[in-house]
Design a protein around this ligand. Structure first.
Ligand code: NAD
Length: 506
């Protein structure tokens, strides 16, 4: 890409942003809000260019971009704009008689100069709303969009300097060499969204500076179909979730688990949805997107060559067009090539299981996913799957859109992501340090706390103990009585009384 940031300029960019941060320019909430408003207008005024860029990069239809990127991005930025005062106010812990005189509070301090690295699949949604969170928190920010989405990342790099204060936010464009240089530098926080493979490099580099990192990663997202569920609804939502953005969605369904007895009827439903979604065939449909690069399409072809599964529909790949047909395969063995890594493309393997226990066992044999999805109208069935598995989110009868649900954290667990969540207030929190704060007052010593000062006597100890008595919960039923300790405690009590008496005489 012609407009990659020269590697030697990168340390200077961080240095300039560090200076701005230390100058206090981002302290006033009014200034943060001005930047947020500018960011919102940047998107609003260039919506058509973003639509065109996403079509060029990912073959997206305008509707898909509007629904999944533009509206969600604008919604998050405007929600952040409206709430920044509220979120920035210090929190007060609950009332505690022992401490209230010192006015304990939790300051919401900006972390400092932060780095946001984004992936290719939602190159706008996964960069600009987190940027809003960082600006709202009062940080200065470097964003590093994906080098694979040339049009969208290029547009972001062109517009950000026109709308935002360059002392506050800068875009670094580039691939591995530029990212490597960024990661050599000390940051006050890194938000990294991308693959687990690269996350290991990011975390290793961050460890050198003890930089805190939030990772938003991928994984194999299972979908469990309850045989008694509404199969038409399940088929429609599943097909939409899988083939949106050509399967390149971190929360897209990866594989489907269902009992043998409904496989045939469910596949029939899937095929009906397929013809209703793409009546002119997916390749000719403007609603069907493309893989981001020829190499990504070639990876799908390799998976299709290697799988032992039986093709139900799809399977065509046109590398020059970055086209991979919406594909369904059945008779998949849990050791199949499709079950090794995250598929991240439009291939849907169907695996039959005897019952939900076998589904749970298979899910738990993989790394924790970003989302476990269950199609079921039965609350007990849903709970059984959710209670016995782990994932970033537990979703019933829906796909993908929970990312845009106000108030829900978006994030993984363990290998699918850690170190915080994103969207709305959660993004603000990622870039905010909860700074404990107390205002000590001299007169408190005269009431109670002078007991802490040497010389340490039993009388002082008792006084301090009385100031904050510990109230244990009721003794757990199976916990054996502490015979020996009980005696010791009794002796300890009398010893304390005696020494207190001596103490008060001296
Ligand atoms: P990626 O890991 O290849 O790239 C992400 C970022 O890392 C890019 O900015 C890239 O330039 C940079 N990068 C790539 N190689 C690097 C290296 N060796 N050293 C330093 N930086 C490097 O990810 P991708 O292919 O763009 O995105 C797909 C992955 O992201 C999938 O695994 C998907 O599940 C995941 N994802 C997760 C979320 C989430 O919110 N959890 C969202 C979207 C995508």
């Amino acid at each position: 890409m012609a407009n990659f940031t020269p590697v030697e300029e990168i340390p200077k960019i961080r240095e300039e942003l560090h200076r701005t941060f230390m100058s206090g320019k981002m302290r006033p909430i009014s200034y943060r809000k001005e930047q947020l408003a500018r960011l919102a207008y940047m998107i609003h005024e260039h919506a058509d260019e973003f639509r065109e860029a996403l079509t060029a990069d990912l073959g997206r239809s305008a509707l898909e971009t509007d629904f999944l990127d533009l509206r969600t991005t604008l919604h998050e930025i405007t929600e952040t704009y409206r709430n920044v005062e509220k979120w920035s106010k210090p929190d007060r812990p609950g009332f505690d008689f022992n401490w209230f005189l010192m006015s304990p509070s939790i300051r919401k301090d900006p972390k400092g100069v932060v780095l946001i690295m984004g992936p290719f699949n939602y190159p706008m949604l996964l960069i600009l709303p987190p940027l809003a969170g960082a600006l709202a928190a009062g940080c200065t920010v470097v964003i590093k969009p994906s080098e694979l989405t040339v049009a969208t990342s290029g547009l972001i790099a062109k517009l950000i300097p026109q709308y935002l204060d360059p002392d506050v936010c800068r875009v670094v464009m580039g691939g591995v060499p530029e990212s490597t240089k960024l990661l050599e530098l000390p940051w006050d926080h890194i938000l990294y969204t991308g693959s687990g493979r690269v996350a290991k490099t990011v975390l290793t580099a961050a460890a050198k500076h003890l930089t805190p990192v939030t990772t938003e990663l991928g994984g194999k997202n299972p979908v469990v179909i309850d045989p008694k569920s509404d199969l038409k609804l399940a088929a429609r939502r599943l097909m939409w979730g899988k083939y949106t953005n050509c399967g390149q969605t971190c929360v897209a369904p990866d594989y489907v688990l269902l009992p043998q007895e409904i496989e045939e009827v469910f596949i029939k439903e899937l095929l009906e949805v397929h013809s209703s979604f793409y009546p002119e065939g997916p390749k000719n449909s403007e609603s069907y997107p493309r893989m981001v690069t020829k190499q990504h399409a070639a990876r799908m072809k390799k998976l299709l060559d290697e799988t032992q599964g039986k093709l139900v529909i799809g399977g065509e790949v046109d590398l020059d067009d970055r086209y991979v047909a919406p594909t369904i395969l059945k008779d998949i063995h849990p050791d199949d090539a499709l079950m090794e890594d995250e598929i991240f493309g439009p291939i849907m393997p169907i695996i039959t299981v005897r019952n939900e226990d076998e589904a749970i066992e298979l899910i738990n044999s993989k790394d924790h996913a970003l989302a476990v999805t269950v199609f079921s109208q039965d609350a007990a069935f849903r709970s059984k799957i959710f209670d016995n598995t782990r994932s970033g989110a537990a979703i019933a009868n829906e796909m993908i859109i929970y990312h845009g649900t106000s108030g829900l954290p978006f994030g993984g667990v363990g290998p699918s992501g850690s170190g915080g969540a994103t969207t709305g207030k959660y993004s603000f929190d990622v870039f905010t340090h909860n700074r404990a704060s107390l205002v000590g007052r001299g007169f408190i010593d005269t009431i109670i706390l002078n007991g802490r000062y040497p010389p340490h006597t039993a009388a002082k100890s008792k006084k301090l103990e009385g100031a904050s008595p510990v109230s244990l919960p009721s003794r757990p039923v199976g916990l054996a009585p502490p015979h020996a300790m009980a005696q010791n405690n009794r002796w300890g009590f009398w010893f304390a009384v005696a020494s207190n008496a001596v103490d008060s005489k001296v």
